[in-house]
Design a binder for this molecule. Structure first.
Ligand code: FES
Length: 65
């Protein structure tokens, strides 16, 4: 199994687990825990992290083939 996993949550964020760093465009590191959620709906007020805003209208349930 990979050291880091990114799970697409149905109608929600990317759930990231493992030892990973999230950097901004200038290379500065965001503070994260071992598991955190990245916004994929585009509506979070706290990007790049999910703040629950997806619950209003975001729908996607992608599946790997
Ligand atoms: S996925 Fe949760 S706010 Fe965007």
């Amino acid at each position: 199994m990979a050291d880091v996993t990114i799970k697409l949550m149905d109608n929600g964020p990317y759930l990231v687990s493992g030892n990973v760093e999230v950097l901004d465009a200038e290379g500065n590191k965001f503070t994260t825990n071992e598991q955190f959620a990245l916004c994929r709906c585009g509506h979070s007020k706290g990007k790049p992290f999910c703040d629950g805003s997806h619950k209003a209208s975001f729908q996607d349930a992608a599946r790997a083939h």
